[in-house]
Design a protein around this ligand. Structure first.
Ligand code: FES
Length: 111
């Protein structure tokens, strides 16, 4: 069963930019490159920091945590650079027209 929740319109997320939203009570960061949008958990797994307050690199599809510089793949949530060692959850994203919807977690089993 997959439940998608509409959380934003495409033009609310700058191309090459990001936006924090709440999905089913969890903070999620949306990352946009052109017509693609990726969604990962917005709280760093190292300490308490919001990844959407860091730097997004649309070419490498990664975001750098503002606090200690860990980097996460925005597609999978995987850690690319320490000090974080645990991935953040990633979510399915559906775009219909201008509406961006976020679905179930992809890597919940790793949490
Ligand atoms: S809080 Fe994100 S790297 Fe430390």
């Amino acid at each position: 069963m997959s439940v998608f929740q509409t959380v934003a319109t495409l033009d609310e997320i700058p191309d090459g930019g990001m936006k924090q939203v709440v999905v089913a009570g969890s903070l999620v960061g949306l990352y946009r490159t052109g017509h693609d949008v990726y969604a990962i958990g917005d709280v760093c797994t190292h300490e308490e920091a919001y990844l959407t307050e860091g730097d997004f690199d649309p070419e490498d599809l990664e975001v750098e945590c503002p606090l200690h510089g860990s980097r996460f793949n925005v597609e999978s949530g995987a850690v690319r650079i320490l000090p974080a060692t645990k991935p953040v959850p990633s979510y399915e994203v559906k775009i219909e027209g201008d509406l961006v919807s976020v679905g179930p977690q992809r890597n919940a089993s790793e949490e």
